[in-house]
Design a protein around this ligand. Structure first.
Ligand SMILES: Nc1nc2c(ncn2[C@@H]2O[C@H](COP(=O)(O)OP(=O)(O)OP(=O)(O)O)[C@@H](O)[C@H]2O)c(=O)[nH]1
Ligand SMILES: [Mg+2]
Length: 299
């Protein structure tokens, strides 16, 4: 194990750039909830990649954004403390977007507050949507965010340059033995991942602001031997009107959310799942510290 490297890499960036997708791609396994809408990830989650040269522990974080709720503040704080605690940072940017946006610059405020400044690598994601000329132009523009950081153009969905990315990251990690067993891919329990996947399914099917007003609590997670797992969960919303939308006409919406979530959870856990969902109103929970704490958010 001479020269073996291991350490934590905080995966930072604004919402929807593909941080969680990258984790899933690197691990060849669906461990993190992904959706086409911003602010899918709320809690930090480790994605543990064990190679023969080193162990890279990716810390997926909530996307950095301008918060409108106490919840948003907690999410940004969580991302910041992940970078503080990590050995280095990986900034993901969306190469298919016109670079860089205001929210991409939030990382600079955070870097300004951490002493000593952590080593950073930039991954410019979604290059599958770009021509090679655009890759060059956008890379130049994003490089300006952190001039000292190495920038690697990648596609998390198509798999472009992911080996180059891990090779680069490993160089910055300290020498040391693996910190997790080699067959462990994440630190979260299945029930936490399942909760995230239910919320991501709601984000896929619901429009606009409603999905962001949802929190999911797993009430029961029971093994049924050969029959797989039985999961019952509550979706909390902030208002009666949102409850009606989430349930849908004759329960059609909650049914669709359930079908998508069940498929994702089955894929993640490799067994059959019976999923029961219900919806409850908890007024203005995103600004209510007690409920936030109850749901596992801590400042
Ligand atoms: N075309 C393309 N789409 C991608 C790529 N990577 C991610 N996406 C898509 O981008 C969307 C957002 O992906 P996520 O992984 O949820 O993004 P995130 O950065 O974790 O977002 P938050 O958790 O909200 O901060 C999803 O629809 C992904 O399928 C990529 O390499 N190419
Ligand atoms: Mg995410």
């Amino acid at each position: 194990m001479d020269n073996y490297k291991s350490g934590f890499i905080a995966v930072m960036g604004r919402p929807n750039v593909g941080k969680s997708t990258l984790l899933n791609s690197l691990l060849h396994q669906k461990i993190a909830a992904v959706s086409p809408k911003p602010q899918t990830t709320r809690f930090q989650q480790f994605g543990i990649l064990t190679l023969d040269r080193g162990q890279l522990i990716f810390v997926d974080t909530a996307g950095l954004h301008h918060p409108h709720h106490t919840l948003g503040e907690y999410m940004n704080e969580g991302a910041k403390s992940a970078l503080k605690d990590a050995d280095m940072g990986l900034l993901i940017v969306d190469g298919s977007d016109i670079p860089p946006r205001d929210e991409d610059r939030l990382i600079l405020d955070i870097l300004g507050e951490i002493e000593p400044t952590p080593a950073m690598v930039i991954a410019m994601n979604k290059i599958d949507k770009l021509t090679s000329q655009q890759v060059k132009e956008h890379a130049n523009a994003y490089q300006g965010l952190i001039p000292d950081a190495e920038l690697i153009p990648i596609s998390a969905t198509r798999g472009d340059h992911l080996d180059q990315l891990t090779d680069t990251l490993i160089q910055y990690l300290p020498e040391g033995p693996p910190l997790f067993p080699e067959d462990q891919v994440t630190d979260l329990f299945e029930r936490d991942i399942a909760a995230d996947m239910i919320r991501a399914a709601a984000m896929i099917h619901l429009k606009h602001e409603v999905p962001h007003a949802i929190a999911v609590r797993i009430d029961e997670f029971k093994e049924r031997n050969d029959h797989g797992a039985y999961i019952s969960a509550t979706l909390f919303v902030e208002r009666e009107s949102q409850k009606a939308i989430v349930i849908g006409k004759n329960g059609s919406m909650i049914k669709r959310i359930g079908i998508t979530a069940r498929k994702e959870i089955e894929e993640m856990s490799g067994r059959k799942v019976y999923l029961k969902l219900r919806v409850k109103v908890r007024k203005n929970w995103r600004n209510d510290e007690n409920t936030l704490n109850l749901l596992g958010f801590k400042k």
